[in-house]
Design a binder for this molecule. Sequence first.
Ligand SMILES: [Zn+2]
Length: 145
Amino acid sequence: MFKKNFLVRQIKAIGQNAALLGDTDDLESFLFETPRQALVAISANLRRVVDSRCFYCGGHVHEADVDHFVPFSLYPRDLIHNFVFAHTTCNRSKSDTLAALMHVENWRAYIDRHDDDLRKIALTVGRPADLTGSLAARVGGTATR
Ligand SMILES: [Zn+2]
């Protein structure tokens, strides 16, 4: 989080950027969030990888959300390993809270099982794949791979 804020401040502090940026407050979003079009592509690819099954409840998903497993508010980087395919309702019920321990264990198994597929999706949609960074984002966790 500190690095992101530092980078945004540095970009805004460069005098030549002021004319380009104006009074915009969405520089962070522009720099760090995945465009809607990419999320749609990620969702379609994740649906195929997980056979339309919800990450949280395992049920068949018709209307899906692509969820940040570690909430974006806590770890604002859109790493492909941090996205999971889920029911809209399961995603909403989790909201911005940290997933239960059971889900953390399931997430680790999920990224181990689908690492190759997730990296291919990242290449397809032009988003970063950083397994080590994703694992390190777990609160209280450390990267072990
Ligand atoms: Zn579900």
